[in-house]
Design a protein around this ligand. Structure first.
Ligand SMILES: [Zn+2]
Length: 83
């Protein structure tokens, strides 16, 4: 099974750019897309060095990672039930 990777602009520059793009897919897909994004949006040089840096910044995107589910706060508190 192929490991999915991701890059998230919000993690790259601490949100300074205001860009919230998140790219996920296999390593090549993410690298290609992130490279184009970095060059066209952030003005990175169109070089292998930029691509290399992007490849190094990819993070594992586990599809099994649990989403932050809202806690099922219980509305009913037994003490509040009128008898
Ligand atoms: Zn971005």
């Amino acid at each position: 099974m192929e490991n999915r990777k991701y890059v998230d602009c919000r993690e790259q520059d601490a949100g300074k750019s205001g860009c919230s793009l998140r790219i996920s897919g296999n390593e090549k897909e993410v690298t290609d897309a992130a490279f184009l994004h970095a060059v066209s949006v952030y003005g990175f040089p169109d070089t292998d060095e930029t691509r290399f840096q992007i490849t190094n910044s990819l993070k594992d995107d586990s599809e099994n990672a649990p989403f932050s589910t809202p806690s099922k706060a219980t509305i009913f508190d037994e003490k509040n039930i009128a008898h």
